[in-house]
Design a protein around this ligand. Structure first.
Ligand code: ZN
Ligand code: ZN
Length: 344
């Protein structure tokens, strides 16, 4: 079968590999119908994910049809349409039982698919712990509507959940990339008083203004003053940092009011400075990332009910045979791209 493979630093290649088989009683093999490209795939390509194993098939956000299941799998069966979770988790360890599945202590736990084991930019993928990693797509929900459930929507939904947003809050979201927009969609479900999105890219600002006119948008340069002008208490009540750029961590806590919650979803290339003397007395609560992707059943239900719609984020679609072009477009942010779907 055709797979898109991490060959070495800077090099991904479309190559032929044998179709995966079940290797454990809790595995499933899924025929991938639609996969997507994530900025984490680019991080692997550029060598900034040291645990990524050369030779693996990349791709960790996908939907498909269950092809076969191991003898211990009970929640899904061949023929089911499913989303695949970016995280592999056992469901049984201390962290899994508390819902902190990102810290699953199983040796395969955490982000394995498309990083340490073969992922889904391929015709088929083997999914360990299939009862945990696969969720059935409800009838009436299309593959395109469900495509982002296992990764970027899981992240946005988790970020909104842990941020403890109330209807009185001014919420600032920094970064309007795919994860930032999924965070926005999840924050909107909490009905805060006002949502401000900070983004520097014109195309993304345009996308937000067009699709979510009730959301205020601002550039990073004007963000601090803009948030002050819209707040009665010297800053945002909740800040979600989803950009991960050079100066956005500082912007996040500077724009927060005293006693605010600052949720850091972003993955940084470099260490960030936490200048405690400067923020003394501000009494902030920081929450930091790594998605616990265990709400997929709930987000699929919200999609089925029409309360979350991530389909507009998929701006481009390519067949697997032309995945190189898809990467080129995504990487260079050409043509107003937000998300690319790959038909496998
Ligand atoms: Zn991802
Ligand atoms: Zn576990």
């Amino acid at each position: 079968m055709q797979t898109y493979t991490y060959v070495s630093k800077g090099k991904f290649e479309l190559m032929e590999k044998p179709k995966p088989v079940l290797t454990h009683e809790r595995d499933a093999v899924v025929k991938v119908t639609l996969a997507s490209i994530c900025s984490s795939d680019l991080h692997i390509k550029h060598g900034s994910v040291p645990r990524a194993v050369p030779g693996i098939t990349v791709g960790h956000e996908m939907v498909g049809i269950v092809e076969s299941v191991g003898s211990a799998v009970t929640h899904v069966k061949p023929g089911d349409r499913v989303t695949v979770n970016v995280e592999t988790f056992c469901g049984e360890c201390f962290f899994c039982k508390k819902g902190y599945v990102n810290n699953c202590t199983d040796e395969n736990g955490g982000w394995a698919l498309g990083c340490r084991i073969d992922g889904g930019q391929a015709e088929y993928v083997r999914v360990p712990f299939a009862d945990q990693g696969l969720n059935k797509i409800p009838e009436g929900v299309t593959d395109r509507q469900a495509l982002l459930v296992g990764d970027v929507l899981a992240t946005g939904y988790w970020a909104a959940r842990i941020s403890e947003i109330t209807e009185e809050d001014i919420v600032l979201i920094i970064g309007a990339g795919p994860t930032g927009i999924c965070t926005l969609l999840s924050v909107m479900l909490k009905n805060p008083k006002c949502i401000i999105m900070c983004e520097k890219d014109e195309n993304r600002i345009h996308f937000i203004n067009e699709h979510y006119p009730e959301v205020l948008t601002v550039s990073p340069e004007e963000c601090f003053d803009f948030v002050q002008d819209h707040s009665d208490h010297g800053g945002a009540d909740v800040v979600l940092e989803v950009a991960g750029a050079e100066s956005t961590f500082r912007l996040a806590w500077e724009c927060a009011r005293p006693n605010a919650t600052v949720t850091v979803v972003a993955l940084y290339d470099k260490a960030q400075v936490l200048p405690l003397p400067d923020m003394y007395g501000k009494n902030l609560t920081f929450k930091t990332g790594g998605v616990d992707g265990c709400d997929c059943e709930e987000t699929l239900k919200l999609i089925a009910e029409g309360k979350i719609n991530t389909e507009p984020l998929i701006t481009h679609t390519y067949p697997l045979s032309r995945i190189e072009e898809a990467y080129e477009l995504f990487e260079n942010k050409r043509d107003g791209v937000i998300k690319v779907a790959v038909e496998c």
